[in-house]
Design a protein around this ligand. Structure first.
Ligand code: SF4
Length: 280
């Protein structure tokens, strides 16, 4: 067994929060630069230029990319040959989020109760997903998920006889309804199959896939390409001003489901995709 102190996890999560808040991932920046060459609307191109400039300033000045610094969503792949010392895993993650958000002067965006709405004051609790995997390492992935884009996400239980066209229509409607409120250009995560909760989780995980990496299944890969084309013909454009860059990517994940079910979840992510990962 490899022994790892939970203090190391706290320190790592703190650093991931600090980096994610100010440093837009390279694949998003590359995709935005590519979009500058293809966007047909002059105003759309200007918006993309401003988004890129904003990212450059945020990185240089260590200023948050956006006023909404997000809810921390943490994916943990815990090697089954790891023995954790010095405390409990979720407490260590939340302590890291608390320290990171305080140190980085990142906005605290968590209400303790959905109806009472009192701020917890340190951006905890994080939403934590833990998976036990082979090996003696811990992989930590942190997404600081903004509320505006998350609010535009949708889930629907289709009939098992529903067609691919009907599902496609639902995805396109969800993106179109999101419009400017989700701060496009978007990343669209789709979870197809599983059950009610696993489809939503797949959609969220789909957002972690780097831009440009297509689903390894031939059909799904082809579908991602054709759907991205259709999304970018909706005309929403960068920040909703109109144009041909409504999304940078659509990532679809699928898995087996019950014979009577066909769940579909669409998780919307804005251009300020705060995501960092590391392996301990
Ligand atoms: S949707 Fe994204 S870019 Fe828009 S306000 Fe929220 S975090 Fe910021």
């Amino acid at each position: 067994m490899r022994e790892i102190s939970t203090k190391k996890i706290t320190e790592t999560v703190k650093n991931l929060c600090l980096e994610a808040g100010v440093d837009l991932p390279a694949d998003i920046l590359d995709a935005l630069n590519d979009a500058l060459k293809t966007e047909e609307s002059p105003l759309g191109r200007e918006i993309i230029r401003q988004i890129i400039k904003n990212a450059e300033i945020a990185k240089k000045e260590k200023m948050p990319l956006c006023q909404d610094t997000g809810l921390a969503v943490v994916f943990i792949e815990l090697g089954q040959a790891v023995r954790l010392l010095d405390g409990q895993l979720e407490e260590a993650v939340n302590e890291g989020v608390s320290q990171g958000y305080h140190k980085g002067f990142l906005r605290k965006s968590v209400a303790a109760d959905p109806l009472i709405r009192e701020n917890t004051g340190d951006n905890t609790p994080a939403v934590i997903h833990t998976e036990i995997v082979p090996g003696d390492k811990i992989r930590l992935q942190l997404m600081a998920k903004g509320g505006g884009a998350e609010n535009r996400s949708a889930s629907r239980m289709f009939k098992p006889t529903s067609t691919k066209d009907e599902i496609e229509q639902f995805i396109l409607e969800t993106v179109e309804k999101a419009g400017p409120n989700a701060c496009p250009p978007l990343i669209v995560g789709v979870g197809l199959g599983g059950n009610f909760e696993s489809s939503a989780l797949m959609a969220k995980k789909a957002l972690l896939r780097p831009i440009g990496r297509r689903n390894s299944g031939f059909d799904t890969c082809k579908w991602e390409k054709s759907l991205l084309d259709k999304i970018n013909k909706l005309g929403v454009g960068p920040m909703g001003v109109g144009g041909t860059t409504t999304a940078l990517a659509i990532n679809i994940e699928r898995r087996p489901c019950h014979i009577s079910s066909l769940p579909v979840a669409v998780n919307i992510e804005c251009h300020a995709h705060r995501f960092k990962e590391t392996v301990i």
